[in-house]
Design a protein around this ligand. Structure first.
Ligand code: FES
Length: 79
């Protein structure tokens, strides 16, 4: 599997709504960071679907180095 593109070396604070399907960009090529715009097509990557249970701003991963998870886990601090 190829390495993802580092969209940015910090999370994207993103307001999310309850009950809505979101698709986090795992390839790093989306122009709509941190969410998917279809740019992964033809690559090894696929977007990660998720929902939230509370409406608020979440720190979504921008570095794409967090083992394919949508939420920032601090992995960007190692870059
Ligand atoms: S931005 Fe990727 S782990 Fe924080």
């Amino acid at each position: 599997m190829s390495d993802p593109v580092i969209a940015q070396k910090s999370p994207y604070m993103t307001e999310l709504e309850v009950g809505k399907d979101y698709f986090w960009c795992s390839c790093g090529k989306s122009a709509k960071q941190p969410l998917c715009d279809g740019s992964h097509k033809g690559s090894d990557f696929a977007p990660v679907k998720f929902q939230v249970e509370t409406a608020k701003a979440y720190a979504l991963c921008g570095c794409k180095m967090n083992d394919g998870k949508a939420f920032c886990n601090g992995a960007h601090k190692q870059l």
